[in-house]
Design a protein around this ligand. Structure first.
Ligand code: FE2
Length: 406
């Protein structure tokens, strides 16, 4: 991979004029100076007035699921429940090698779209065994110079419902996974969901790691796991170390209760990840008309200063037949789904695929200031607004100062 010494004629978010971004040989940003107007030598890139941003971040992905649509029975109802059922049957016979091959394809696709960091959930449990985890960890190892990947052990079929899953989560963490995952709403009773959440906190304490839990991924207004999780995060003083993914049911609560719960999420310092394409696709399936949009209350969470991020979630799998790994596409959908169309709101959506997930993933030296890692993306447009409108692909992607795409 070619080391780059300077990105010339670069535009930066929130700044006027053009800059030359000089890179250090240790893979960091050395200095930023007003552009001289020079064009690039062979070890330089000419951004030609295009926007340069830090790596895009996909805060929620399933690498083990990617590109599995054709090898899993068709999800005819389009619901989360049917997808879990078919996926559960299919993963029983999957090999670690086949998972690795599909995960590598998804990683390379995301890198070509400018993604430099991914948080992926990986199934463990009686159907998955440790094979899916092994496949994804092998793919991570093979691509470690292209992208940073955090792996979450994910008991897709429940913990109390699926005996042995908890021990496999522990085994996954011992194998090198980074976070405790969960699916609190996928247990038999509300009491079991509460026990599920307690067990996540116990395991996170045991390994001193963060939690990222699929939670209330349903339109059912009675699904109230998020308030249990947020109150536990307050009790156990886990500020900015707990993420709730999806949180769809929040949109179906009455406004009074939703306001209380949003206050609790803010008090707990929880991160929330919305997955616009998948939430639009899987939710509202029991509605006639009007159909709910399925996403959590993004605007109200932002107003309460909650750190909200956006994820791709799925690429061509039984849960979602589309998906490209292009985070501008996820943002494009989010702008539509929650009416985030004012100029300042479009910038907020830009934060949801850059600085907000950097905070949720607790990345260090992320950004475009001197001293930051030179994990940079050169875009063929002048603004994030245009990037979303055109759902652009980058003209250059750098990881630690080296060109990783194209
Ligand atoms: Fe997910």
């Amino acid at each position: 991979m070619k080391a780059i010494t300077c990105i010339r004629n670069a535009r930066l978010r929130g700044k006027e004029f053009l800059f030359d971004i000089h890179l250090d040989h240790d893979g960091t940003i050395a200095k930023i100076e007003p552009a001289t107007g020079a064009t690039g030598t062979p070890d330089e890139i000419d951004a030609a007035g295009g926007l340069v941003i830090p790596s895009l971040i996909d805060a929620h992905l399933h690498l083990d699921l990617a590109y599995s649509l054709d090898i899993v029975s068709a999800n005819k109802s389009g619901t989360l429940t049917e997808a879990i059922l078919h996926w559960s049957a299919a993963k029983k016979t999957m090999t670690a090698e086949s998972v690795k091959v599909r995960a590598l394809r998804a990683i390379r696709e995301e890198v070509s779209c400018g993604v430099g960091f991914i948080r992926t959930h990986v199934d463990v449990g009686s159907a998955a065994g440790m094979r899916l985890c092994e496949g994804v960890l092998a793919a991570r190892e093979q691509t470690k110079e292209l992208v940073g990947i955090q792996v979450v052990v994910f008991p897709q079929d429940g913990i109390l419902k699926d005996r042995g899953a908890y021990e496999q989560m522990r085994a996954g963490l011992e194998m090198g996974c980074d976070l405790v995952g969960g699916i609190a709403h996928n247990e038999r009773t509300d009491d079991d969901s509460k026990r599920h959440i307690d067990m996540l906190f116990d395991l996170a304490d045991e390994f001193d790691c963060d939690i990222d839990c699929h939670i209330d991924e349903t339109d059912n207004p009675e699904s109230k796991c998020i308030e249990v999780m947020a109150s536990k995060a307050v009790e156990r003083r886990r500020r900015n170390r707990v993420t709730g993914s999806h949180v769809c049911a929040l949109s179906s609560y009455n406004d009074v209760h939703a306001s209380k719960v949003i206050g609790l999420i803010a008090e707990a310092g929880m991160n929330v990840v919305t997955n616009p394409g998948v939430n639009l696709h899987l939710q509202g399936r029991f509605d006639r008309y009007p159909k709910r949009r399925g996403l959590t209350r993004v605007t109200e969470l932002l107003e309460a200063k909650v750190n909200v991020c956006a994820g791709q979630d799925c690429i061509k799998d039984p849960f979602y037949p589309l998906g490209t790994g292009n985070m501008f596409e996820a943002g494009h959908l989010l702008i539509h789904a929650d009416h985030l169309s004012q100029p300042e709101q479009i910038e907020q959506v830009a934060d949801m695929i850059t600085v907000n997930p950097a905070r949720a993933l607790r990345l260090e030296n992320y950004g475009t200031d001197p001293g930051c890692q030179a994990d940079l993306v050169v875009l063929p447009v002048e603004s994030m607004h245009e990037a979303f409108r055109l759902r652009v692909k980058p003209t250059a992607v750098l990881k630690r100062g080296k060109l990783v795409s194209p």
